[in-house]
Design a binder for this molecule. Structure first.
Ligand code: PHE
Length: 346
C-alpha cells in the first residue's frame, strides 16, 4: 500500500476512535504515537520514496501526525477530568470540615503510657528525677563500691570528674529510687519513667541513650512473692493473658537477691524466632529485693522495711510489640516511621 493510502486509512481510524476509558486512550497512544507505532513507521517509509513524492507527501504526513497528537491530547484531558480527586460540589455547607492532623504519638510514648496505666491501677504513683545526676545517687547509694568492677557494668558519660562526687548523665533510673526514699517516708509505691545514657557506639542494637521505667515498692513485710505477682500481673496486662514468665538469678549491686525476668516470646509464642534467638524466651527486665544497704543509705530503717525494685527498657518492650528491628529509628524522627503509629486528629 502506498503511503498516501495508509494515511487515509489511519485518519479514518483516528477519527472514529471514541474511547470510553483511560485504557482505550492508552491503546490509541500505543497504536499510533509510540516509537514503534504506526506514525513512526510512516516516517521510516517516507525516507525511501523519491524526491518528488517527498515534496508532495511531507506536508500531508506532518499534518496527519499533528492531527493524531491533538486528538490524543483531547482524549487524555477528557478522561483525567472524568476522575476527580476531590468531590467538588458542596451540598451542605454546615457539614463539619475534615479534621486537622496533629501528628502521631511516638511509639515509645505510647508504650510508656501503657506501662504507667497498668501500674497506676495497682496504686503506684509516677515520679521523676534529674537526667544529670551525681555519683551518690547513680552509684554509691546504690551499693556500687568505689573502684568496684560493678561500675564498669554501665559505661558512663561523665560531665565532671573528681572532688569526691562526680557528675554524670544517669546510666539508669535506679537513681530516682534513692531520691524518692531520701525525700519521703515509707511506704513507697512508685514507677519512674525516664531517659538514661550510656557510652556505647550507636548501632541497630545499642544506643547512647534509651528509656527505662523503674519500679519501687517499700513497706513492712514486702516479699519476693509480691515482686513476682506484681510483675506477672503486669505482663498479663501488657502482652495478654497466657504470656509466660520465668525468673533467672542475676546480679545487681542494689538488690539481693536479684533476678532477670523473661517472658515467652510474643512474636513466635515460644516456637523460636529471630527475636528470641530461637530460645522461645526474651528478657524484659531486671529486678530484686532492695539491698538493705541501699535502704540505709537512703535513710530507711532496713530492720523495719523491705521492698522490691525493678527496671525495664521501654525500647525493648516496644520492639516486642511492634517488631522494630533498628533502635536508631526511635530517635531519627523520620516522619515515614512516626506516622505509622496512633495518629491524633483534632
Ligand atoms: N538499673 C538496672 C539496669 O539498668 C535495672 C534494675 C532496676 C535492676 C531495679 C534491679 C532493680 O539494668
Amino acid at each position: 500500500m502506498r503511503i498516501q493510502e495508509k494515511i487515509d486509512q489511519y485518519r479514518t481510524e483516528v477519527e472514529q476512535w471514541k474511547p470510553t476509558s483511560m485504557q482505550e486512550v492508552e491503546a490509541f497512544r500505543l497504536r499510533f504515537l509510540v516509537a514503534k507505532g504506526l506514525i513512526k513507521n510512516l516516517f521510516e517509509e517516507f525516507k525511501t520514496v523519491s524526491v518528488e513524492e517527498k515534496r508532495m507527501l511531507g506536508k500531508v504526513l506532518n499534518e496527519f501526525k499533528q492531527f493524531t497528537e491533538s486528538r490524543f491530547a483531547t482524549m487524555k484531558e477528557k478522561f483525567s477530568a472524568a476522575q476527580p480527586t476531590v468531590k467538588r460540589a458542596v451540598e451542605d455547607l454546615t457539614l463539619p470540615g475534615p479534621g486537622f492532623n496533629a501528628g502521631a504519638h511516638h511509639p515509645l510514648s505510647i508504650v510508656r503510657k501503657e506501662i504507667v496505666e497498668i501500674f497506676k491501677k495497682l496504686g503506684f504513683i509516677v515520679a521523676e528525677g534529674p537526667e544529670i545526676e551525681d555519683d551518690w545517687h547513680n552509684f554509691t547509694a546504690l551499693n556500687f563500691p568505689e573502684e568496684h568492677p560493678a561500675r564498669d557494668m554501665q559505661d558512663t558519660f561523665f560531665i565532671r570528674k573528681g572532688a569526691g562526687n562526680d557528675i554524670a548523665l544517669r546510666t539508669h533510673t535506679s537513681s530516682v529510687q534513692v531520691r524518692m526514699m531520701e525525700q519521703g517516708k515509707p511506704p513507697f509505691r512508685a514507677i519512674m519513667p525516664g531517659r538514661v545514657y550510656r557510652n556505647e557506639a550507636i548501632s541497630a542494637r545499642a544506643h547512647c541513650f534509651f528509656h527505662q521505667v523503674e519500679g519501687l515498692y517499700i513497706d513492712e513485710g514486702v516479699s519476693f512473692a509480691d515482686l513476682k505477682q506484681t510483675l506477672y500481673h503486669f505482663v498479663q496486662e501488657l502482652y495478654g493473658a497466657g504470656t509466660q514468665v520465668r525468673f533467672r538469678p542475676s546480679y545487681f549491686p542494689f538488690t539481693e537477691p536479684s533476678a532477670e525476668m523473661d517472658i515467652s516470646c510474643t512474636i513466635c509464642k515460644g516456637a523460636g524466632c529471630n527475636m528470641c534467638k530461637y530460645t522461645g524466651w526474651v528478657e524484659i527486665l531486671g529486678c530484686g529485693m532492695v539491698d538493705p544497704n541501699v535502704l540505709e543509705n537512703s535513710g530507711i530503717d532496713a530492720k523495719k522495711y523491705t521492698g522490691f525494685a525493678f527496671g525495664m527498657g521501654i525500647e525493648r518492650i516496644t520492639n516486642l510489640k511492634y517488631e522494630i528491628k533498628d533502635l536508631r529509628l526511635f530517635s531519627e524522627n523520620d516522619i515515614r516511621f512516626l506516622q505509622q503509629f496512633e495518629t491524633e486528629v483534632i
